[in-house]
Design a binder for this molecule. Structure first.
Ligand SMILES: [Zn+2]
Length: 353
């Protein structure tokens, strides 16, 4: 299966009512009762990272926040022709400029609250559509890399790794340094942005929107050094995230299905389910008659589906109280959990407040 540009049928958006309200107390009670039996699989989307300053593709009305956003497609990025070369220059320049805010982003209160539920095994498996690594960051003090791999599945890959078309993998931080070394003029431009506190508009995949007239064709994208040593050229570098038009690896797809099959209930947070990769997990859960709870403000692709219980309230407003209600005295008994419930930033991008 391939990732296509997310769409929510216009009929859903136009028929959505925003008048459905639930009190905070009732929402906390209901979500806690849903999660308390445990063995929960959770799917998170872009909405979860907004409080960390990472822009969602869609606002609460279900429409694109940046109407001019044109994602780069997989076939464009790996195209071996000159046209593909130009695409890679554009992609890597924008990604280069947009990476620092994503790299420096900190988990927000929702990431930490979910981390408390992951750590205490109420949430057994977490599947995220996000590529920012913030679920990992929220657990980095208590989980090793193997536990992270076993308990968090990055459905659309990660911004924090890069690989060449022959399969050599590098840390994104390392590649960022190579890009700086190869492009001193752009390094200076980026340093200037940081020094003056100007921040280019950034999309959730780390891409930035450049000013009019900026030329991409001066940007140098280094070759894979391992390939060069092996005397192989024309290898292309790509972040380890799934692009629009690219297929999810079968192993990741199979694992995501299995995690739905093995859970007793599915909790969806901050996702419109506009991408089919997440939507089909919901459908799979419904086919297996698993209880499903969706916590999201605004219309979603799941809205017309019977069997989906939707609560429209800001996750930030309720999630810590939900965790306290589910865990009870364990919060105070386990300092790690207590600390998680006091951690996290709330810094949404200005337009999303
Ligand atoms: Zn290589």
């Amino acid at each position: 299966m391939r990732i296509s540009v997310p769409t929510i049928p216009p009929a859903i958006i136009s028929s959505a009512t925003s008048t459905k309200t639930i009190s905070k107390t009732a929402a906390v009670e209901r979500i806690a009762a849903f999660l308390a039996p445990g063995n929960v699989a959770t799917v998170t989307g872009a909405g979860v990272s907004v409080d960390s300053g990472i822009r969602a593709y869609r606002g609460s009305k279900g429409i694109y926040l940046n109407p001019n956003y044109k994602p780069i497609f997989y076939h464009e990025l790996v195209d071996p022709s000159d046209k593909g070369f130009a695409f890679r220059q554009r992609y890597w320049l924008r990604s280069y400029l947009g990476y620092a805010p994503v790299r420096n982003a900190q988990p927000n209160t929702t990431h930490y609250a979910l981390a408390a539920l992951q750590y205490t095994k109420v949430i057994e498996k977490l599947i995220t559509q996000n590529v920012d690594g913030l679920h990992h960051k929220a657990l980095s003090d208590v989980w090793d890399a193997a536990t992270m791999r076993a308990r968090i599945l990055e459905l659309h890959g990660s911004l924090h790794k890069v690989h060449c078309s022959r399969g050599h993998v590098y840390e994104r931080d390392v590649f960022q340094d190579w890009l700086s070394a190869a492009n001193p003029q752009w390094k200076a431009y980026m340093d200037d942005l940081e020094a003056t506190g100007r921040r280019p508009r950034t999309n959730p995949d780390g891409d930035v929107v450049l000013e009019e007239g900026v030329r991409y064709d001066t940007f140098q994208v280094p070759e894979c050094p391992t390939c060069v040593i092996e005397n192989q050229h024309n290898s292309t570098m790509k972040p380890e995230l799934i692009f629009f038009g690219e297929s999810i690896k079968p192993a990741v797809k199979d694992r995501s299905y299995l995690e739905i099959e093995e859970c007793d209930r599915l909790f969806l947070v901050g996702t419109t389910l506009a991408t089919y990769s997440a939507f089909r997990l919901l459908r799979h859960a419904l086919e297996l008659k698993k209880p499903v709870l969706l916590l999201n403000v605004g219309p979603t692709r799941a809205d017309p589906l019977p069997g989906v219980e939707k609560i429209e309230i800001s996750t930030r407003e309720v999630i810590r109280d939900v965790v306290r209600a589910v865990l009870g005295s364990r919060v105070k008994e386990e300092p790690v959990v207590d600390k998680m419930l006091q951690s996290g930033i709330i810094k949404p991008p200005p337009e999303d407040v």
